[in-house]
Design a protein around this ligand. Structure first.
Ligand SMILES: [Zn+2]
Length: 923
């Protein structure tokens, strides 16, 4: 499952103000004395008799084994009202006594029905119980059985949908709602003529009932956990096709979007076929439905019926950037991967969630190499690995395997980004460590052995161990080598010191949290050297102790650790090693694999983020960008330097940083230019997105001219947007920072924002507004945000716009003299403090800091907390800025110096696109 609540712009805006609501629940774990194996569920959800209150009625037959004699049945339920209960022997049981019902107790806090019998259920006998019940369906509940809606031609159209993971199947019918209790499910849904119903299996029969109701009977599901049951009752339309392997696949969305599912159709079948080939294990349902729901957020891998937020299935290549395409394809691959990893084999309990989600996170990139010819390894880095490494450096980091998760109420924390992204990153490392062929054969063995069962982590290790041994590898202990990676939180950093032809290695958790556990990892070390081809796959050495040394092959004059970037660790070189590596990169970038270049940049730029080195030292690691052509390093650069840029840009009109950045970027901009080229790689598009954002933002005249030309053309003919999909944010932003038409463009963009119903387009328009650079325009914008703001935007919109504007140096400069307006107009009072913190964090120019202090000290409120921030920034300027400036000037050729005063605005929104709506909040 992927929960993604940041799918809409409104949700994005509201995120700063959300308060997590925790329900008073204290659900218990079920006893293991009964095991269900077959369910027949019949439900009649009513979305027809009311527009506001929705109920359903239903019955469930559960056949179960008695593992241990008991006179009590405990089944999960949440919010259900029981109406009747019957018990009999199951058809395939041994002869046994059937006790009678003594009492059915509804325990709402524990989320169970406790069914007391007047005698024992006999061990080894099989029983069948029937429960009849009623329940309510919340509107847009997002969990359990719920009602969703969309509007068509002004009419609200209701539909029924489900989200049962982790433990909400119990809202729809009484069940054994834990992943290890697998069973077959026969689903029967009752509906009116006007709707279609879908469930995991294919429709086998429709029966006409009284009063215009119909009953759809679906084929039996595979043997599976009950959180994978799903259904939808809607009036959606669909596209149907067969994959190359002849698998039936359908894509369902609301009628007016059906023309936008072409991309999903083009990849969904290929991806599913890929998994059949890779795993050598047949797909298990006779059809796969991909359904886009209006207000879901995220996606859920129900077997045969994947439910998504509809935005995920609606990629429009003409008008949406490649980053959304990557997102759409990888999300589909993630969910389809679960058919094998999660559905066929399921974690026994949520402490092993990583066996579901880590695998899905790994396999959401893997097939895209073959299916779409994408550089999937680098995409995984850009989208998932880099950010999870950053999170793993926090004191709050969590391990991948979570033995502490025992109760249902603790389960949500097992669905953290560590389980997903780090789990996926570790699998990539393990794959490189034991080699791709053995990795694949191990996983095939694991699937064959544990299909339709539930597993714990050791089961996976055992399969890999067996495969290694069968392949003749006898000296590799899988449990010893792999367990520390999933059991220990945090990330390791290897400090390298070269001693003649030896490398001396020391490992420590990074950063060093004093008093923290004394972690050690078995670190697989890969090395590229002067004498080795780049991208050497082999692990040359495993560092097991705190400190050890080894002699790499052909060390020569330089070397680089983590040669394919798959190792989940950081590297810190000694000074000479660092110099040798940087010199190599500047002379011939191709000596080092592109994924390793990304790692080198990431490992080192973060040292400046963590104040471990000075900015001026970190800048050394940016010089090779002049020759860099791949998306990864550019991406890291733009993300890591976001803060740095905004600090420096605030200080003065000094163009040193702008000149240097333009020097770095001009080369690559000259290669990618503004317009996409037919047939080019997706990552080239992504590189262009980053590079041209920097080029236009830092004064590349060709880039600026082209952006202005296209926006002006668009303004003249609003029905035809000539701006390439990947350049929208950049072009809109540029059109508000440069040129003669910034005023017209500003109001044009506001108008477009009002009219668009495309999420990516809306996102680009919204964020570009903060690029506004003319002082009079910023003042008008501030009037709207601070004074007569309710005319224009709601509270959340106002705060989000203000936060965006504060990333803009001109926005800050114009706001400061108007600080008192925060208390004059209707800016949300609860947000003033946070807004001022953000302003001060980004204020570095002394005169601005002084003006803030002067204005705020005349107010009655206490602002001591701001003075520290402002003073820290001033100290930083005094100590660092001179050196940084000198370095920038020294490293920029003189012909890159801007002769005139720089007038454009660079807005660092360019940087954050991978961290905004493209990210999963609860990955
Ligand atoms: Zn998932």
């Amino acid at each position: 499952m992927i929960a993604d609540r940041l799918f809409s712009i409104t949700a994005l805006i509201a995120v700063c103000c959300l308060v997590e609501i925790t329900l008073a629940r204290d659900a218990i774990r079920l006893p293991k004395n009964l095991r269900p194996y077959n369910y027949t569920v019949r439900l009649r959800p009513d979305i027809y008799s009311s527009q506001t209150d929705f109920t359903f009625s239903g019955s469930v037959l559960i056949d179960f084994d008695v593992v241990q004699t008991t006179n009590k049945i405990v089944v999960n339920q949440r919010g259900l009202t029981p109406e009747n209960f019957f018990l009999t022997l199951a058809p395939d049981s041994i002869p046994a006594n059937v006790p009678r019902l003594q009492e059915l107790i509804v325990k709402d806090t524990e989320e169970v029905f406790e069914i007391l019998l007047n005698g024992d259920l006999v061990q080894n006998a099989k029983y069948r119980m029937l429960l009849i019940f009623k329940g309510d369906m919340p509107v847009m509940g997002g969990s359990g059985i719920y009602v969703d809606y969309y509007t068509e031609n002004g009419e609200r159209r209701h539909l029924v949908a489900t989200q049962f993971q982790r433990d909400a199947t119990r809202t729809a019918f009484p069940c054994f709602d834990e992943p290890e209790f697998k069973a077959n499910f026969n689903i029967e849904l009752e509906r009116r003529e006007s709707r279609t119903s879908l469930s995991n299996g294919d429709l086998v029969q429709t029966i006409d009932l009284e009063d215009g109701w119909k009953r759809d009977i679906f084929e039996r599901t595979p043997y599976m956990s009950c959180y994978l049951v799903a259904f939808v009752i809607s009036d959606f339309e669909h596209v149907e096709f067969n994959s190359d392997k002849g698998r039936r696949i359908r894509v369902w969305v609301q009628r007016s979007y059906i023309h936008k599912v072409n991309f999903t159709v083009s990849v969904a079948g290929k991806i599913q076929d890929w998994f059949e080939d890779w795993t050598d294990y047949e797909h298990q349902t006779s059809k796969t439905d991909h359904v886009g729901l209006p207000n879901k957020g995220g996606a859920m891998e129900n077997w045969g019926l994947i439910l998504y937020d509809e935005n995920a299935l609606l990629f429009d290549p003409e008008n949406e950037p490649v980053s959304f395409k990557m997102r759409a394809a990888s999300l589909i691959a993630h969910e389809v991967a679960h058919f094998w990893f999660g559905n066929l084999i399921t974690c026994e309990w949520w402490s092993d969630t990583w066996l579901n989600e880590g695998f899905a996170a790994f396999f959401q990139w893997e097939p895209l190499g073959d299916v779409l010819n994408w550089n999937h390894g680098m995409m995984q880095h850009i989208r998932a690995v880099n950010s999870i490494k950053g999170m793993d450096e926090l004191e709050s980091a969590l391990p991948v395997y979570r033995p502490d998760v025992q109760l249902p109420s603790q389960a949500p924390s097992a669905f953290s980004r560590f389980t997903y992204s780090k789990g996926g990153a570790l699998l990539r490392m393990f794959q490189q460590w034991i080699g791709k062929p053995i990795f694949q054969r191990s996983i095939r063995r694991y699937l064959k052995k544990f299909a339709f069962k539930s597993v714990v982590t050791q089961d996976l290790w055992d399969c890999i161990q067996d495969e290694l041994e069968e392949s003749g590898v006898s000296n590799f202990n899988v449990t010893e080598n792999f367990n520390p990676w999933v059991n220990q939180r945090g990330i390791s950093r290897i400090q390298v010191e070269r001693k003649s032809n030896n490398l001396d290695l020391t490992q420590n958790r990074y950063p060093d949290f004093s008093g923290d556990d004394n972690y050690l990892w078995p670190v697989p070390v890969t090395v590229v050297t002067e004498g080795e081809a780049p991208g050497n796959n082999n692990v040359q050495f495993t560092l097991r102790q705190r400190n050890d040394d080894f002699t790499p092959n052909n060390l020569g004059n330089w070397y680089g650790i983590n040669s394919r970037g798959s190792g989940y660790y950081r590297t810190l070189y000694d000074k000479a090693g660092e110099d040798d590596l940087l010199r190599t990169l500047e002379n011939d970038i191709s000596k080092v694999d592109d994924n390793q270049r990304l790692i080198i940049m990431d490992d080192n730029l973060l040292r400046f983020d963590k104040s471990e080195i000075k900015e001026v030292e970190a800048l050394r690691f940016t010089k090779f960008l002049r020759n860099e052509e791949t998306a990864g390093p550019w991406n890291i650069f733009s993300q890591s330097f976001q803060e740095f840029y905004s600090n420096i840009v605030d200080i003065s009109n000094d163009t040193a940083l702008r000149d240097y950045t333009r020097y770095l970027v001009d080369n690559m901009y000259g290669k990618v230019n503004f317009e996409p080229v037919v047939g080019e790689a997706e990552l080239t598009k992504l590189t262009r997105e980053v590079v041209s954002g920097l080029a236009c933002g830092f004064g590349n005249q060709q880039c600026i001219d082209r952006a202005l030309e296209l926006v002006n053309q668009y303004r003249g003919d609003k029905d035809n947007n000539p701006i390439p999909a990947d350049q929208r944010l950049n072009a809109y932003c540029t059109s508000l920072s440069y040129g003669d038409n910034t005023r017209e463009n500003f109001f044009f963009i506001e108008e477009l924002l009002e009219e668009t119903n495309s999420l990516p387009e809306g996102d680009a328009l919204f964020r570009s507004l903060a690029c506004v650079s003319s002082v009079s325009l910023v003042n008008e914008y501030l009037d709207r945000l601070l004074l007569n703001s309710t005319t224009y935007y709601d509270d959340a919109g106002r705060v989000a716009r203000m936060f965006n504007l504060l990333d803009n140096e001109r926005g800050r400069a114009t706001l400061i003299p108007r600080l008192n307006d925060f208390w004059i107009g209707d800016y949300p009072q609860g947000q003033i403090s946070l807004t001022l913190v953000k302003l001060c964090e980004q204020t570095f120019q002394e005169s601005k800091a002084n003006e803030i202090k002067r204005i705020l000290s005349e107010r009655p409120e206490n602002f001591d907390y701001l003075w520290d921030i402002l003073n820290d920034n001033q100290n930083w300027v005094a100590e660092e800025y001179g050196n940084i400036r000198q370095w920038l000037v020294d490293n920029t050729p003189t012909n890159y110096e801007l002769k005139s005063v720089f007038t454009g605005q660079y807005h660092n929104n360019q940087f954050v696109r991978y961290g905004s709506i493209l990210d999963f909040e609860n990955y």
